[in-house]
Design a binder for this molecule. Sequence first.
Ligand SMILES: NC(=O)C1=CN([C@@H]2O[C@H](COP(=O)(O)OP(=O)(O)OC[C@H]3O[C@@H](n4cnc5c(N)ncnc54)[C@H](OP(=O)(O)O)[C@@H]3O)[C@@H](O)[C@H]2O)[C@H](O)CC1
Ligand SMILES: [K+]
Length: 268
Amino acid sequence: MDAMTAWDDAAGLPVLDVGQVVALERRIAAEGTSLYELMRRAGAAVAEAACAETAAAEAARAKAAAGPGNAAPGEAAAMQPATAPAEAAPEPSSVVVLAGSGNNGGDGWVAASLLAGRGANVTLVTKAPAGQVRAEPARTAAIDACSGPGTPRFTIAVDPDAAQLDALLSRADVVVDAVLGTGFAHREVREPYATWIDAANRARRTTGVRVVAVDVPSGLNAQTGESADSCVQADVTVTMLAAKPGLLTAGGKAQTGRLFLAPLGCDA
Ligand SMILES: NC(=O)C1=CN([C@@H]2O[C@H](COP(=O)(O)OP(=O)(O)OC[C@H]3O[C@@H](n4cnc5c(N)ncnc54)[C@H](OP(=O)(O)O)[C@@H]3O)[C@@H](O)[C@H]2O)[C@H](O)CC1
Ligand SMILES: [K+]
């Protein structure tokens, strides 16, 4: 995977409208790199970012455990210097991947498989089993993650109730938000995704779990930067190919956390 770059400001950052990104994906596919290959690269970038967030999660948990005289987990996280994903990033010990049924979720299935392969204890939350994922190449990615001897190497939680989800999140170091990406442009998030998003935000506030958003924080309109009624508050967002305009609005920046660009081996 090519290196990711952190962008503290937008100067020099490639930015494409959502429609332009879709057109670019099609052009890349026509030139011989399949959408599935792009998804594999996207999932790898997310797995790297999740590993880099582990140290931050451990520091935030230590602060929280030390008592009320310390900064709250969210505040502690905000004050820490950002850590760029690197080869030497520590392995995450416990990761929850929230995977929607679109291609944003497909990136999550790839990341879950890679993180589990690196020894992390991974639970992937999904509305439906791999074979019932509707979008392609997400369905292929999900099925591949479950095919072959010894797979899946992670736990799959199909449509957990709110209490089960809270329990999973309370034990996590890192949450990967792969619920909704550039395909979402609505004011209201339907269930079960609204419950997932609200639970992830609550866990971030209360346990110091770090939230890594895939492409865009779920619930954010990637084009306009408007938040839906439920919207993920991320610590890190790994955006694919190019930044989308909504990430760079004031509202988008408030949800995105530190922004990383994963070029996926392609020029935007
Ligand atoms: N740019 C790239 O190079 C690559 C991007 N990839 C990833 O793909 C997503 C875009 O995927 P897409 O399938 O187009 O859309 P999303 O996954 O973002 O969203 C589709 C799902 O949205 C659900 N939906 C729609 N409306 C609502 C709503 N009001 N409330 C809740 N959910 C909603 C819908 O759910 P269903 O239950 O109806 O199925 C869809 O499933 C991009 O962001 C990248 O992450 C690839 O990796 C390839 C490379
Ligand atoms: K997302």
